[in-house]
Design a binder for this molecule. Sequence first.
Ligand SMILES: [Zn+2]
Length: 375
Amino acid sequence: MAKLIALFGGRKFRFWYQTLPLKQKKMMLSWQNILMMLTILAGLGMFYYISHLQETPITKRIRFIAFTDEQFMKIANFEAKLQENMKENLFLPATHPSYIRVIQIMECLVHKNWALSNMKTQKWKVAILDSFDINAYVLASGHVFVNVGLLNFVQNDDQLAFVLAHEIAHSLLGHAAEKVSFAQMIDYFVIIVMAAIWAFMPFDGIALVTQVFYEKVVQILLDSPYSRKLEREADIVGLELAAKACFDVREGSNFWKLMQFHEKLKGTETPEWLSTHPSNVKRQELIEHFIPKAISIREQYHCNPLSENDPRDFCLFSFLHILPFHLFFFTLPFLIFAPFAVSPFPSILYFSLSFFALLIFSSLIIWYILFIFPF
Ligand SMILES: [Zn+2]
């Protein structure tokens, strides 16, 4: 809405400005006037920004939050209700083994980290969604949603605990409020720049192209890097939560290796600079860096010692468990649909594609029989 007002306001200003006599035009846009306007805007912006700075719980990082806790809780509860209504038909019942598995790990993580600020005030709730996407997410209210796809994907409870701890960390650190606040702050900038673009660009077409380009630049240079920063923070804090709850923290590194392997096979890796999440390689390196600290936290919390056999040494073999998934979800449909997809172009293209698909399919089967069957 504010963007539309900026657009039409800026455009109206341009038309009005074009009708003014030259002398008045020059007077209005003198450098003194522009400088004064920019100083007032910058001053107001700085005052608003500084008066809304807060300390992040746990990591003590200073950040900008545009809302009070009560205001944001209202938004969070509304969002939780909306999500519950939208996804209700996908929920697995509370008696389902997957639900019981997740709730037990959640209880362990929450209970062992009970002393942390915000842990008691959140309304922790779990829902398992009957969806094959490998995903889990948390709402600001403390509602954690876990897809069946993720439960099938992880190799053990330690990896699942690492993912759940990451989601709990997002919630404890108030990342949702921070993200919305950051987006709002960026929006103010965008609105001011948009009004200027529509006011000073000579034609609507140029103004539109400039605006689209500007919004994309803002997303790549500001929004996405900020989101990646929050993901890294949730990974580090999540690893600590998992360590305090005595899970095998080395599995956090394996989880990201597994994701790398999965996305390579699927061919869906997005370059990091375009993504709201750090790349799987970077996340694995980050976790690897913090594992020694997490192991010492485990010791401080008197957890049972970790097994001598480091799971990170066996990850190559353990990756093989996701191959059947790829075999059936990616290669087989390709084999079946390739002839239809290229039917207007028979002969060479058809045969080479089918041959290629067959080759992949049979080599995966051989790989599967050779490596997975014996283990
Ligand atoms: Zn996350």
